[in-house]
Write a protein that binds this ligand. Structure first.
Ligand code: ZN
Length: 161
């Protein structure tokens, strides 16, 4: 019997993620397949939707809009701060990441621009606002164990908690 991907399937995929310019943003190459529990929000929603009903050996391309991936860019997470806020940092450069205490707890911010005494930081996910292009191959499908369903994640390999 060939298993179709559905709720509580444990699925292994090889994938390549590219942006609109065709640049590779992420890939399973050299890491082995990504194994995830379907229907447990372990994967971006847009990609799960495309995987549902597929079987081992399926390979396909999927274009996922930002809203179904990491969300739209939230302008309120982009702020201009005074350089004084970065006391203790000798050389602030574009691309530097910091962990800041925000209203919703710890937040990762990245410096996106520096102009004089003004430092612009962005707390959006690096993939927010981006359309994602996936090249996917399904390499394994099995039913999750009761424990995996209970935990909401896969227990393959060394991972367990
Ligand atoms: Zn667990």
């Amino acid at each position: 019997m060939t298993l179709m991907i559905g709720k509580n399937s444990v699925v292994g995929i090889n994938y390549t993620l590219t942006n609109d310019d065709g640049e590779v943003m992420d890939s399973s190459d050299g890491r082995g397949p990504l194994v995830y529990l379907h229907g447990a929000q372990n994967l971006i929603q847009g990609l799960e939707k495309q995987l549902a009903g597929k079987t081992v050996g399926a390979s396909f391309k999927a274009t996922i809009a930002a809203a179904d991936a990491y969300g739209e860019t939230d302008p309120s997470l982009i702020q201009t701060l005074s350089r004084d806020m970065f006391r203790g940092v000798d050389n602030i450069e574009v691309g530097m990441g910091f962990t800041a205490q925000g209203p919703q707890g710890q937040q990762h911010i990245v410096v996106t621009a520096i102009k004089g005494n003004e430092v612009t930081v962005d707390g959006n996910h690096p993939m927010a606002g981006k359309t994602l292009h996936f090249d996917v191959e399904v390499v394994s499908v099995r039913d999750a164990t009761a424990e995996e369903i209970d935990h909401g994640h896969v227990h393959d390999g060394s991972h367990h908690h």
